[in-house]
Design a protein around this ligand. Structure first.
Ligand SMILES: Nc1ncnc2c1ncn2[C@@H]1O[C@H](COP(=O)(O)OP(=O)(O)OP(=O)(O)O)[C@@H](O)[C@H]1O
Ligand code: SF4
Length: 285
């Protein structure tokens, strides 16, 4: 862990850092991370995505990058470029994940705490986070974490302790998880390690029918909003289940248009766009 009160050098290349957390697994934390990154890019921001879920890294699959490689340069690890086009109005997206470093990508990783801590320290100090191929600073670094509060969370909290670029954390929950102790535990963790909470996102909130485009409430909606107001947190918004999003992710490699283009035309983009605007306006600016 950083023993001095300094920020890892390469993190100084990042203007804003946002963490994505959830109390339980499977609530869509990685999907939210992916959508926030795509949305920021569509709004013109250069984005880096760091996957610190070391036991189950799912972001390479989300971005269709499972076969891509991280390269070593004189400045450090060069993250995988997901999107970069100087001529487009969209920002670049680059990705760093343990899933892009290990050779046996199908196997799960069983590491003890100290090894995980060392890996996260390396992610924080050795990744050359610049936008695309240029030396421009990254606007946003979105960090996807494992569910719950684990060694990875403690390690990242230690690494980010003095990072002034840290905007805070987004808590992802679902209508079924909202009332559980796990969500409160996650919120308490943030308070303990001084992570500002940017707000709560309720994912899988209703279902967008692929046939009629109607949104049906399968589970009771509105719990995220109620939880936020009872804990005096900002409610960022509700994201419904959209089966076309899963299709978009699964079929992106065989599709003629890029994930970014497909997402821009999806029903989820305007919804997540509003959530991202709330994050961008975190200080009401
Ligand atoms: N709003 C949504 N609409 C459609 N599918 C979704 C939505 N949110 C999540 N999913 C799907 O649900 C599954 C679980 O989501 P995801 O992997 O993002 O969850 P997670 O919380 O990151 O899980 P883990 O605990 O493994 O980290 C994925 O297949 C994802 O595509
Ligand atoms: S929501 Fe209604 S229209 Fe759409 S598939 Fe279901 S039943 Fe059919």
């Amino acid at each position: 862990m950083s023993t001095t009160n300094t920020v890892p050098k390469l993190l100084a290349q990042v203007k804003h850092v946002v963490l994505v957390l959830s109390g339980k697994g499977g609530v869509g934390k990685s999907s939210v991370t992916t959508q926030v990154a795509l949305t920021l890019s569509l709004k013109g921001y250069n984005v880096g995505v760091l996957d610190i879920d070391l036991t189950g890294p799912s972001l390479p699959r989300m971005f269709g990058a499972e076969t891509k490689q991280v390269h070593q340069s004189a400045n450090g690890w060069v993250p995988v470029s997901i999107y970069h086009d100087d001529k487009s109005p969209f920002g670049s997206i680059s990705l760093m994940s343990l899933g892009l470093l290990i050779s046996d990508r199908g196997s799960s990783i069983v590491w003890r705490g100290p090894k995980k801590t060392a890996m996260i320290r390396q992610f924080m100090s050795d990744v050359a986070w610049t936008s695309g191929n240029s030396s421009e600073m990254l606007d946003y670094l979105i960090i996807d974490t494992p569910p719950g509060t684990s060694d990875e969370h403690i390690a990242i909290a230690e690494e980010l302790r003095y990072a002034t670029a840290l905007d805070g954390a987004i808590i992802v929950t679902t209508p079924q998880q909202v009332a559980t102790a796990d969500v409160r535990k996650e919120i308490n963790f943030c308070k303990k390690v001084n992570f500002d909470i940017l707000g709560v996102v309720e994912n899988m909130s209703g279902f967008i029918c692929p046939h009629c485009a109607d949104c049906t409430d399968i589970f009771l909606r509105g719990g995220g909003k109620a939880l936020s107001s009872s804990l005096d947190l900002k409610f960022l918004g509700e994201i419904p289940i959209d089966p076309t999003f899963v299709e978009m992710i699964e079929l992106q490699k065989s599709s003629e248009s890029s994930l970014l283009d497909q997402y821009q035309n999806s029903k989820l983009y305007p919804i997540v766009s509003q959530i991202v605007d709330e994050i961008l306006n975190k200080d009401g600016k």
